[in-house]
Design a protein around this ligand. Structure first.
Ligand SMILES: NC(=O)c1ccc[n+]([C@@H]2O[C@H](COP(=O)([O-])OP(=O)(O)OC[C@H]3O[C@@H](n4cnc5c(N)ncnc54)[C@H](OP(=O)(O)O)[C@@H]3O)[C@@H](O)[C@H]2O)c1
Length: 248
């Protein structure tokens, strides 16, 4: 059983891998032998993450990428695939959660940005890389990081919630299209201590009502990602794994 978590010879692309949950998953995969491509808008942050992984003995490459731009994603997919000659794992983790007090305050710009980064980009990248994975014919895994906002939407996060719900739906559709070799799953995250949660986490941590009774730490998403990335989850596809400390 221990061999399941040996990622030597596997290559992974993690979008938004320069900080937060993405960095935790990139470091987790690299520590178990995976070669990782870390992609986001801020190349310096991706390079710092790659340097940290390399200093610990891993192999990592930084890639500048804006996942909300459809036309740029062909180039991102090509660069990420070429970095190590293939991809076995794609983690669509990059996300943004802008809020508006009321639906009437949502501008077209806020709406488009939110949907582009949280839904359009992950869909297109999954298509570009999933197609290549399918044609290669080796076991591969795509993991979409969604949000419990999809099933417990709060008014100020309405657009974000809708985009993440859409990504949950697409997860199941792509699992059907790319199976049996390529599995596609989602981790539907509840609150975690990262930059995205800066504005509300302290208040939430005092008041959170969940089985665990606190906000998650970034490292607590890693083993779920490792499970879905590895053959340990060979019969799991099209699934949405809820990771929220047991919020009712
Ligand atoms: N933390 C939570 O409580 C929580 C809860 C539910 C779901 N999630 C989801 O978990 C994922 C990771 O979030 P996090 O908590 O780690 O947030 P974070 O610390 O704010 O990190 C977000 C990452 O996404 C990248 N990113 C944002 N926009 C991008 C774009 N247009 N193109 C490429 N990369 C982009 C950022 O890098 P750059 O700025 O360099 O682009 C950063 O690396 C997101 O999908 C988020 O929706 C988080």
């Amino acid at each position: 059983m221990s061999g399941y978590f040996d990622f030597k010879g596997k290559a992974a692309l993690i979008t938004g891998g320069g900080r937060g949950l993405g960095l935790a998953m990139a470091k987790g995969l690299a520590s178990l032998g995976a070669d990782v491509v870390i992609a986001s808008r801020k190349l310096d942050q991706c390079e710092a993450a790659a340097d940290e992984i390399k200093a610990a003995g891993g192999r990592a490459i930084a890639l500048a990428a804006h996942v909300g731009r459809w036309d740029e994603l062909d180039g991102v997919a090509e660069a990420a695939w070429s970095a190590f000659g293939k991809l076995d794992i794609l983690i669509n983790n990059a996300g943004i959660a802008p809020t508006a007090p009321r639906a009437i305050d949502v501008t077209e710009d806020l709406f488009d940005k939110t949907v582009d980064v949280n839904f359009k980009g992950p869909f297109r990248l999954s298509a570009l890389i999933g197609q290549r994975m399918k044609e290669r014919g080796a076991p591969a895994s795509i993991i979409n990081i969604t949000s419990t906002g999809a099933i417990r939407p709060l008014a100020p996060f309405a657009v974000y919630a809708g985009a993440k719900a859409a990504l949950n739906a697409v997860t199941k559709a792509l699992a059907l299209e790319y199976g049996p070799h390529v599995r596609v799953n989602a981790i539907m995250a509840g609150p975690f201590w990262t930059d995205i949660a800066k504005s509300w986490r302290e208040e939430l941590d005092k008041t959170i009502e969940s089985a665990v009774g606190r906000i998650g730490r970034p490292e607590e998403i890693v083993t779920s990602a490792l499970y879905l990335a590895s053959d340990a989850s060979s019969y799991t596809t099209g699934a949405v794994l809820q990771l929220d400390g047991g919020i009712p």
